[in-house]
Design a protein around this ligand. Structure first.
Ligand SMILES: [Fe+2]
Ligand SMILES: [Fe+2]
Length: 332
C-alpha cells in the first residue's frame, strides 16, 4: 500500500508573508512574528482605551441634556462607545493578553489613548461637534481598518464603523438644529468648532515623515493608509459639510487647490499634540483619575463574578462526579 505524499508545508514565516501578500487575514492561531503581535496589541489596546476614556467628555452632559430626546440619543451614543471598548478588548485578548493586564497598562500610563479626549467639553454644542468632527475623523481612520490584516480586529471594526456613522449623523443633526436656532446658539456652535477643529486634525497622528511605526504597519497590512492621506480625506469631506452648516473652520490657509483637486490647509501645532500625548493636556489627569476611581468602585463586581464562577465550576464538578457514580451503580 502506498501512502500519498504530503505536500511540503511552507515554513510558518513564509506562510505569514504569503497571507499578507494575498491581502488575506491572519487569525489568532496562525503563526505571526512577535513584532506584528506586539504592534497589534499596542494599537488595539490604545483603540479600546480611547473608546472607554472617550465616554467621559460626553458623559459629562448626560444629566444636563436639554430634552428627553437629546438625552436618549446621548445615552445611546455613550453606551455604544462602551460596547466598542469591549469588542476591542476581546479582539486584543486573542493575541494572548488579558483584559486585566490591559486595564492595568492604561491606569499606570504605560498605554495611551487618543489625545482628543484630553480636551474639555464646555457647552452642549460640544456634544454635536464631537459627533461631527471627532467621530467623523474616527470614521476616516477606521473604515480602512475593516480590511486590516488581523481577522478579529477587522471584524470588530465592521460593526464599530456602522455605529460611528450614527454618531457622526447625530452630531451633525444637533449642530444643524442649533444653527437654525438663536444667534446665541449659533455662537455656541462656532465657538465649539473653533476649539475642536485643530485637535480633530491631530487625531490622525503626526505627519508620516515623523511617524516611525507607520511604514512597518502599512507593510504588514495593519494600516492601509498613511496619516497625511487620511487627514486630507477628512478635510475634503468636512469642508462642504461646514459650508452646509454655516460655520467657519478656523484656518486662514484653508482653500480649494484646483491643481491638486483637494484642499490646502494649515499645519496643526505639533508641539501641542506631543504635550498632550506626554500627559500635559487640559484633562489628562482628570480623565485617568476618573477611570481609576471607576475601576476601584467596580472591584466588588469583579470579585462577585469571580466567586460566582468558582461556585458554578465547583457545582458542575460535583454534578459530574455524581453522574459518574450513578453510572457505575447502574452497571452493577
Ligand atoms: Fe466608538
Ligand atoms: Fe463614536
Amino acid at each position: 500500500m502506498t501512502t500519498p505524499q504530503a505536500a511540503p508545508q511552507p515554513a510558518p514565516a513564509e506562510q505569514f508573508e504569503a497571507t499578507i501578500a494575498r491581502n488575506d487575514r491572519i487569525e489568532p492561531r496562525d503563526w505571526m512574528p512577535e513584532a506584528y503581535r506586539r504592534t497589534l496589541v499596542r494599537q488595539i489596546a490604545q483603540h479600546a482605551h480611547s473608546e472607554i476614556i472617550g465616554m467621559q467628555p460626553e458623559g459629562n452632559w448626560i444629566t444636563r441634556a436639554p430634552s428627553l430626546r437629546r438625552k436618549s440619543i446621548l445615552l445611546a451614543k455613550v453606551q455604544d462607545e462602551a460596547g466598542h471598548g469591549l469588542y476591542l478588548y476581546s479582539a486584543c485578548e486573542t493575541l494572548g493578553v488579558s483584559r486585566a493586564e490591559l486595564t492595568d497598562m492604561l491606569l499606570t500610563g504605560r498605554q495611551k489613548y487618543s489625545s482628543i479626549f484630553n480636551y474639555p467639553t464646555l457647552s452642549y454644542a460640544d456634544v454635536g461637534t464631537i459627533g461631527w468632527l471627532v467621530d467623523g475623523a474616527a470614521i476616516c481612520n477606521q473604515v480602512p481598518l475593516c480590511r486590516t490584516s488581523y481577522g478579529p480586529y477587522g471584524r470588530a471594526m465592521i460593526r464599530i464603523c456602522k455605529e460611528e456613522s450614527f454618531h457622526q449623523r447625530q452630531g451633525y443633526e444637533l449642530l444643524m438644529t442649533m444653527m437654525r436656532g438663536t444667534a446665541e446658539q449659533r455662537r455656541m456652535v462656532q465657538e465649539s468648532v473653533d476649539r475642536f477643529w485643530w485637535p480633530s486634525l491631530m487625531m490622525f497622528g503626526p505627519p508620516d515623515a515623523n511617524s516611525p511605526n507607520s511604514e512597518r504597519s502599512m507593510a504588514w497590512g495593519i494600516k492601509r493608509n498613511g496619516n497625511d492621506e487620511l487627514r486630507q480625506r477628512f478635510v475634503d469631506m468636512t469642508v462642504p459639510q461646514a459650508e452646509a452648516l454655516g460655520v467657519t473652520l478656523p484656518d486662514p490657509d484653508l482653500r480649494w487647490n484646483e491643481e491638486r483637486g483637494a484642499h490646502d490647509f494649515g499645519e496643526p501645532d505639533w508641539s501641542e499634540l506631543s504635550a498632550v500625548i506626554k500627559g500635559e493636556g487640559p484633562c489628562n489627569a482628570q480623565r485617568l483619575a476618573h477611570r481609576r476611581r471607576a475601576h476601584e468602585d467596580g472591584a466588588w463586581v469583579r470579585e462577585a463574578a469571580t466567586a460566582f464562577a468558582r461556585r458554578q465550576a465547583a457545582r458542575s464538578g460535583e454534578a459530574g462526579r455524581g453522574e459518574a457514580g450513578r453510572g457505575e451503580g447502574a452497571g452493577k
